[in-house]
Design a protein around this ligand. Structure first.
Ligand SMILES: *Cc1c(COP(=O)(O)O)cnc(C)c1O
Length: 430
């Protein structure tokens, strides 16, 4: 088999990465130039791709009472956050560290929602101090703690309860969060009691309801099922005298890694807004928390082929990026596309693309037909979400640099870690 250039022309779901001749580009920059200038492994993002993804949400919510909060755990580089802040995005945060990051780029606290099952006292204090829009509370003990913390500060915490609607998001079990057995949220059957309790607490003001049923969802059905259950709950609460102002459907929209057909925000939201209107709930503000769908297809990971190791049973392309740099394949058996930076018109061989880390789980792609030579640089596709943010230092490996392409320019948005960074803070006994 030989590589067919035409079949390489449109990398997965990412029009801002494309071939010109045999060269793979991000916008107007040849990726081989970036690899040469900055080394590998290297995360490369496209500013235009971020903007395009944002515009899909902006268009889908235009004319409606809605707020889009970037689920920033997907990619929390300051340059990425700043782009979304400039575009008018709010943020969904899950820790005090994420709060510090968004405040560092000048995000509007009134557009920040604070999610997560394990909020600590100091995190609650920092968020109250900043004046976030809302705490998405996930349990009764968290409600009690938040009320105490707010009262002690002379403040009232705006609260939405994260309800677990018990719907099947039909995605990987590790990224499914809306089923009964998950650790997230308050069971929908117990929600009314929980709201009554919240309403009775001195430091709490009940303002909304939220859910987040999972990630990489490609169907409308699970969202509409969840919406239906939340609307019934809102009606029940209304009768009990508890009036909500917003409904937060979380994030979860999928992207294209392989041959998935992602759910366009407009397709989903047209149906959601129609449903809200039909049932008389269009007075509610709709909040969304998309993460992956705003950044996933906006990034690639460049990595160099160190060795081609041909064995009797398998052929390995051993690369300089490993599971410490991109853990999704090891963690979820996730599929990422692999593209050569400079396509060769030579015969392909079937390779497992593996890293240097001393674990059998250290692979990035399996059974791919590629025309490779040692020293080639390849791009791992769809590496804009849950990729760098999950990178670590296992095997004492320094984390990659990150760079943002903007037209025919590029900006290093995070320096490559050094060995000095690696041992910073460590010390030996006297
Ligand atoms: C992770 C997460 C998101 C973002 O999810 P995506 O699948 O990346 O869109 C949104 N809300 C909450 C509460 C989350 O935990």
């Amino acid at each position: 088999m030989t590589t067919n250039l035409a079949s390489l022309a449109t990398p997965a779901g990412a029009p801002h990465f494309h071939y010109e001749g045999s060269q793979l580009y991000a916008e107007g920059v040849a990726l081989s130039e970036l690899a040469k200038a900055l080394g590998t492994p290297l995360y490369v993002y496209s500013r235009a791709a971020l903007k395009t993804a944002w515009q899909h949400y902006a268009q889908a919510t235009e004319g409606h009472h809605a707020l889009v909060c970037f689920g920033m755990k997907a990619n929390s580089n300051l340059a990425v956050l700043k782009e979304f802040a400039r575009l008018g995005s709010g943020f969904d945060i899950v820790s005090g560290g994420e709060l510090a990051r968004v405040l560092a780029v000048g995000a509007d606290p009134a557009k920040i929602v604070f999610s997560g099952v394990g909020k600590q006292v100091c995190e609650m204090q920092a968020a109250l101090e900043a004046g976030v829009k809302c705490f998405n509370v996930e349990s009764l003990p968290e409600l009690d703690r938040l009320s105490e913390v707010a009262t002690a500060m002379g403040k009232i915490a705006a609260v939405s309860l994260r309800v677990n609607p018990d719907v099947d998001a039909k995605t990987h079990p590790y990224i499914s969060t809306g089923l009964k057995e998950n650790k997230f949220g308050i069971a929908i059957e117990e929600a009314v009691t929980a709201y009554m309790h919240a309403a009775s607490l001195p430091g709490i003001s009940v303002v909304g309801v939220d859910c987040h049923i999972g990630s990489q969802i490609t169907e409308v059905g699970p969202y509409l099922d969840a919406l239906d259950k939340l609307l019934k709950l809102i009606a029940q609460l209304d009768q009990a005298g508890i009036k909500l102002h917003h409904l937060d459907l979380g994030g979860g929209l999928g992207i294209r890694y392989d041959d998935e057909t992602p759910l366009a925000p407009k397709v989903l939201l047209d149906q959601v807004f129609a449903e809200l209107k039909a049932k008389g709930f269009d007075y509610l503000q709709l909040v969304l928390e998309p993460g992956r769908s705003l950044v996933g297809n906006a990034g690639v990971l460049l990595t160099t082929v160190e060795y081609l190791k041909l064995t009797e049973s398998r052929n390995f392309a051993i690369i300089d990026a490993g599971m410490n740099d991109l853990i999704r394949p090891a963690l979820y058996e996730a599929w990422h596309g692999v593209l050569p930076l400079v396509a060769r018109n030579t015969a392909t061989t079937r390779y497992d693309v593996v890293g240097p880390v001393c674990e059998s789980a250290d692979w990035l792609a399996k059974e791919r037909d590629l025309a490779l030579e040692q020293g080639d640089v390849i791009a791992i596709e769809s590496a804009g979400a849950y990729s760098f943010v999950m990178a670590g230092n296992y095997n004492s490996r320094t984390r990659p640099a990150e760079v943002m392409v903007d037209g025919d320019k590029y900006y290093v948005i995070r320096q490559r870690e050094t060995f000095a960074d690696l041992i910073r803070g460590e010390s030996c006994l006297p």
